[in-house]
Write a protein that binds this ligand. Sequence first.
Ligand SMILES: [Zn+2]
Length: 265
Amino acid sequence: MFSQTPTLFDALPDPATKETPAAKPVGSKAMRGSKLIAPDSLVAIFEQEYREIRPRAPMPAFDIRFRRFTSLNTTIRLREGRLHVRLSDLLEHAPESVHHSIAHILLAKLYRKPIAPAHSDRYRRHVSSDAVSRQAEHIRQTRGRKRILTAVGHYYDLSEVFDTLNARFFHGLLGKPVLTWSAHHARRMLGHYDAAHNTIVVSRVFDRPDTPRCAIEYLLYHEMLHLKHPVRVKAGRRCVHSREFQAEERLFPELEEAKAYLRRL
Ligand SMILES: [Zn+2]
Protein backbone atom coordinates (compact mmCIF):
# COMPACT_ATOMS: atom_id res chain seq x y z
CA MET A 1 0.00 0.00 0.00
CA PHE A 2 0.97 3.57 -0.32
CA SER A 3 0.20 6.06 2.39
CA GLN A 4 1.49 9.47 3.31
CA THR A 5 1.68 9.06 7.08
CA PRO A 6 3.64 8.34 9.16
CA THR A 7 6.12 7.35 6.48
CA LEU A 8 5.76 7.43 2.77
CA PHE A 9 5.71 3.68 2.61
CA ASP A 10 3.68 2.43 5.42
CA ALA A 11 3.23 -1.25 6.12
CA LEU A 12 -0.10 -1.86 7.74
CA PRO A 13 -0.94 -5.16 9.42
CA ASP A 14 -3.07 -6.34 6.53
CA PRO A 15 -3.98 -4.36 3.46
CA ALA A 16 -6.90 -6.69 2.88
CA THR A 17 -8.59 -5.47 6.01
CA LYS A 18 -8.30 -1.83 5.04
CA GLU A 19 -10.69 0.09 2.91
CA THR A 20 -11.89 -2.23 0.21
CA PRO A 21 -13.94 -1.33 -2.78
CA ALA A 22 -16.18 -4.36 -2.52
CA ALA A 23 -19.22 -4.18 -0.32
CA LYS A 24 -19.29 -6.03 2.94
CA PRO A 25 -22.14 -8.50 3.20
CA VAL A 26 -25.12 -6.93 4.85
CA GLY A 27 -24.89 -7.20 8.59
CA SER A 28 -21.20 -8.07 8.66
CA LYS A 29 -18.98 -6.94 11.50
CA ALA A 30 -17.63 -4.01 9.54
CA MET A 31 -21.14 -2.78 8.88
CA ARG A 32 -21.91 -2.82 12.55
CA GLY A 33 -18.76 -0.94 13.38
CA SER A 34 -20.30 2.29 14.47
CA LYS A 35 -21.97 2.19 17.82
CA LEU A 36 -23.82 5.04 19.33
CA ILE A 37 -24.31 5.02 23.06
CA ALA A 38 -27.94 5.58 23.89
CA PRO A 39 -28.91 8.63 25.94
CA ASP A 40 -29.77 8.34 29.64
CA SER A 41 -33.42 8.92 28.83
CA LEU A 42 -33.50 5.61 26.97
CA VAL A 43 -31.77 3.85 29.86
CA ALA A 44 -34.46 5.27 32.15
CA ILE A 45 -37.14 3.81 29.87
CA PHE A 46 -35.54 0.38 30.05
CA GLU A 47 -35.26 0.64 33.83
CA GLN A 48 -38.93 1.53 34.05
CA GLU A 49 -39.96 -1.41 31.91
CA TYR A 50 -37.64 -3.68 33.85
CA ARG A 51 -39.42 -2.66 37.05
CA GLU A 52 -42.76 -3.52 35.48
CA ILE A 53 -41.62 -6.98 34.49
CA ARG A 54 -39.51 -7.76 37.56
CA PRO A 55 -40.86 -5.72 40.50
CA ARG A 56 -38.55 -7.12 43.15
CA ALA A 57 -35.35 -8.05 41.32
CA PRO A 58 -32.32 -5.79 41.76
CA MET A 59 -31.89 -3.30 38.93
CA PRO A 60 -29.13 -4.38 36.57
CA ALA A 61 -26.79 -2.02 34.77
CA PHE A 62 -27.75 -1.30 31.18
CA ASP A 63 -25.45 -0.95 28.24
CA ILE A 64 -27.62 0.30 25.40
CA ARG A 65 -26.27 1.18 22.00
CA PHE A 66 -27.53 1.94 18.55
CA ARG A 67 -25.89 0.13 15.73
CA ARG A 68 -25.90 0.51 12.04
CA PHE A 69 -27.98 -2.49 11.17
CA THR A 70 -29.46 -2.84 7.76
CA SER A 71 -32.66 -4.21 9.22
CA LEU A 72 -34.60 -3.50 12.33
CA ASN A 73 -32.71 -6.09 14.34
CA THR A 74 -32.59 -5.65 18.05
CA THR A 75 -30.79 -7.87 20.51
CA ILE A 76 -30.59 -8.19 24.25
CA ARG A 77 -28.13 -10.21 26.26
CA LEU A 78 -27.43 -10.67 29.93
CA ARG A 79 -23.71 -10.86 30.62
CA GLU A 80 -22.13 -10.70 34.05
CA GLY A 81 -25.16 -9.05 35.55
CA ARG A 82 -25.24 -6.36 32.87
CA LEU A 83 -27.90 -6.07 30.21
CA HIS A 84 -26.50 -5.38 26.76
CA VAL A 85 -29.03 -4.00 24.34
CA ARG A 86 -28.30 -3.35 20.68
CA LEU A 87 -30.82 -1.44 18.67
CA SER A 88 -30.99 -0.55 15.04
CA ASP A 89 -30.20 3.10 14.51
CA LEU A 90 -33.46 3.25 12.59
CA LEU A 91 -35.15 3.21 15.97
CA GLU A 92 -33.11 6.03 17.41
CA HIS A 93 -35.65 8.72 16.65
CA ALA A 94 -38.72 6.63 17.29
CA PRO A 95 -41.29 8.16 19.65
CA GLU A 96 -40.78 7.54 23.34
CA SER A 97 -43.82 5.29 23.49
CA VAL A 98 -42.21 3.04 20.90
CA HIS A 99 -39.01 2.91 22.93
CA HIS A 100 -41.12 1.76 25.87
CA SER A 101 -42.61 -0.97 23.73
CA ILE A 102 -39.21 -2.11 22.49
CA ALA A 103 -37.86 -2.22 26.04
CA HIS A 104 -40.90 -4.16 27.19
CA ILE A 105 -40.73 -6.69 24.36
CA LEU A 106 -36.99 -7.31 24.74
CA LEU A 107 -37.15 -7.70 28.52
CA ALA A 108 -40.26 -9.86 28.42
CA LYS A 109 -38.57 -12.14 25.89
CA LEU A 110 -35.40 -12.33 27.95
CA TYR A 111 -37.20 -13.20 31.17
CA ARG A 112 -39.83 -15.35 29.46
CA LYS A 113 -42.77 -13.22 30.50
CA PRO A 114 -45.86 -12.65 28.38
CA ILE A 115 -45.57 -9.74 25.99
CA ALA A 116 -48.36 -7.21 26.51
CA PRO A 117 -50.41 -6.95 23.29
CA ALA A 118 -50.52 -3.14 23.57
CA HIS A 119 -46.73 -3.06 23.29
CA SER A 120 -46.41 -5.54 20.47
CA ASP A 121 -49.16 -3.74 18.55
CA ARG A 122 -47.53 -0.37 18.98
CA TYR A 123 -44.14 -1.68 17.93
CA ARG A 124 -45.57 -3.43 14.89
CA ARG A 125 -47.52 -0.34 13.84
CA HIS A 126 -44.40 1.78 14.13
CA VAL A 127 -42.21 -0.57 12.14
CA SER A 128 -44.72 -0.98 9.36
CA SER A 129 -45.52 2.71 9.20
CA ASP A 130 -44.68 4.34 5.94
CA ALA A 131 -41.87 6.59 7.09
CA VAL A 132 -40.01 3.84 8.85
CA SER A 133 -40.25 1.29 6.09
CA ARG A 134 -39.20 3.89 3.54
CA GLN A 135 -36.21 4.81 5.67
CA ALA A 136 -35.31 1.15 6.13
CA GLU A 137 -35.53 0.58 2.40
CA HIS A 138 -33.35 3.60 1.71
CA ILE A 139 -30.70 2.43 4.15
CA ARG A 140 -30.79 -1.09 2.77
CA GLN A 141 -30.12 0.30 -0.66
CA THR A 142 -27.34 2.69 0.21
CA ARG A 143 -25.54 0.42 2.66
CA GLY A 144 -25.96 -2.86 0.90
CA ARG A 145 -24.94 -1.61 -2.49
CA LYS A 146 -21.49 -2.23 -3.82
CA ARG A 147 -19.40 0.85 -4.21
CA ILE A 148 -19.11 1.83 -7.81
CA LEU A 149 -15.83 0.68 -9.27
CA THR A 150 -14.48 2.82 -12.01
CA ALA A 151 -11.10 2.90 -13.68
CA VAL A 152 -12.09 5.75 -15.95
CA GLY A 153 -11.57 9.03 -14.17
CA HIS A 154 -12.21 12.55 -15.38
CA TYR A 155 -8.63 12.97 -16.60
CA TYR A 156 -6.87 9.64 -16.24
CA ASP A 157 -7.92 6.17 -17.19
CA LEU A 158 -6.26 3.77 -14.76
CA SER A 159 -6.73 0.93 -17.18
CA GLU A 160 -4.76 2.73 -19.86
CA VAL A 161 -1.98 3.68 -17.40
CA PHE A 162 -1.85 0.07 -16.21
CA ASP A 163 -1.48 -1.26 -19.77
CA THR A 164 1.32 1.20 -20.51
CA LEU A 165 3.23 0.26 -17.36
CA ASN A 166 2.59 -3.43 -17.90
CA ALA A 167 4.15 -3.25 -21.33
CA ARG A 168 7.00 -1.03 -20.20
CA PHE A 169 8.09 -2.80 -17.04
CA PHE A 170 6.50 -6.24 -16.91
CA HIS A 171 6.60 -7.45 -20.53
CA GLY A 172 2.81 -7.27 -20.41
CA LEU A 173 2.78 -10.30 -18.15
CA LEU A 174 0.99 -8.87 -15.16
CA GLY A 175 -2.63 -9.99 -14.93
CA LYS A 176 -4.94 -7.02 -14.75
CA PRO A 177 -6.61 -6.63 -11.37
CA VAL A 178 -9.73 -4.59 -10.75
CA LEU A 179 -8.65 -0.97 -11.04
CA THR A 180 -10.62 1.78 -9.45
CA TRP A 181 -10.51 5.34 -8.31
CA SER A 182 -11.30 5.73 -4.64
CA ALA A 183 -14.74 6.99 -3.75
CA HIS A 184 -13.28 9.90 -1.79
CA HIS A 185 -10.38 12.28 -2.23
CA ALA A 186 -8.22 10.42 0.28
CA ARG A 187 -4.90 12.08 1.08
CA ARG A 188 -3.77 9.68 3.75
CA MET A 189 -4.09 6.58 1.62
CA LEU A 190 -2.95 7.43 -1.85
CA GLY A 191 -3.14 3.96 -3.22
CA HIS A 192 -3.36 0.39 -2.13
CA TYR A 193 -3.55 -3.12 -3.44
CA ASP A 194 -6.23 -5.20 -1.84
CA ALA A 195 -5.13 -8.80 -2.33
CA ALA A 196 -8.36 -10.27 -1.01
CA HIS A 197 -10.33 -8.57 -3.77
CA ASN A 198 -7.49 -8.35 -6.29
CA THR A 199 -8.11 -4.66 -6.57
CA ILE A 200 -5.89 -1.61 -6.88
CA VAL A 201 -7.47 1.54 -5.53
CA VAL A 202 -5.98 4.92 -6.37
CA SER A 203 -7.00 8.06 -4.52
CA ARG A 204 -9.18 10.48 -6.44
CA VAL A 205 -6.78 13.31 -5.58
CA PHE A 206 -4.72 12.23 -8.57
CA ASP A 207 -7.52 12.51 -11.07
CA ARG A 208 -6.78 16.12 -11.94
CA PRO A 209 -5.44 17.81 -15.05
CA ASP A 210 -2.39 19.16 -13.19
CA THR A 211 -1.25 15.80 -11.82
CA PRO A 212 1.99 14.92 -13.58
CA ARG A 213 1.69 11.64 -15.36
CA CYS A 214 4.87 10.37 -13.70
CA ALA A 215 3.23 10.69 -10.26
CA ILE A 216 0.23 8.60 -11.16
CA GLU A 217 2.40 6.14 -13.03
CA TYR A 218 4.71 5.76 -10.08
CA LEU A 219 1.81 5.23 -7.70
CA LEU A 220 0.27 2.57 -9.89
CA TYR A 221 3.68 1.01 -10.54
CA HIS A 222 4.18 0.70 -6.78
CA GLU A 223 0.85 -1.07 -6.39
CA MET A 224 1.61 -3.28 -9.38
CA LEU A 225 4.77 -4.37 -7.61
CA HIS A 226 2.57 -5.48 -4.73
CA LEU A 227 0.75 -7.63 -7.22
CA LYS A 228 4.03 -9.13 -8.38
CA HIS A 229 5.59 -9.48 -4.92
CA PRO A 230 2.99 -10.86 -2.54
CA VAL A 231 3.42 -10.19 1.15
CA ARG A 232 5.71 -12.75 2.73
CA VAL A 233 5.92 -13.75 6.35
CA LYS A 234 9.51 -14.07 7.53
CA ALA A 235 10.19 -15.21 11.09
CA GLY A 236 6.69 -14.15 12.08
CA ARG A 237 7.07 -10.71 10.52
CA ARG A 238 5.16 -9.54 7.51
CA CYS A 239 7.41 -8.33 4.78
CA VAL A 240 5.41 -5.95 2.60
CA HIS A 241 8.15 -4.11 0.75
CA SER A 242 10.82 -6.78 0.39
CA ARG A 243 14.33 -6.15 -0.83
CA GLU A 244 13.38 -7.36 -4.31
CA PHE A 245 10.33 -5.10 -4.24
CA GLN A 246 12.44 -2.08 -3.39
CA ALA A 247 15.11 -2.93 -5.94
CA GLU A 248 12.50 -3.19 -8.65
CA GLU A 249 10.89 0.04 -7.56
CA ARG A 250 14.17 1.87 -8.10
CA LEU A 251 13.95 0.93 -11.77
CA PHE A 252 11.25 3.54 -12.23
CA PRO A 253 13.02 6.32 -14.14
CA GLU A 254 11.19 9.37 -12.78
CA LEU A 255 11.30 8.11 -9.21
CA GLU A 256 12.67 11.28 -7.61
CA GLU A 257 10.40 13.60 -9.51
CA ALA A 258 7.34 11.51 -8.65
CA LYS A 259 8.25 11.18 -4.98
CA ALA A 260 8.83 14.91 -4.72
CA TYR A 261 5.37 15.56 -6.12
CA LEU A 262 3.75 13.13 -3.68
CA ARG A 263 5.50 14.81 -0.77
CA ARG A 264 4.05 18.15 -1.77
CA LEU A 265 0.48 16.84 -1.92
ZN1 LIG B 1 3.29 -0.42 -0.65
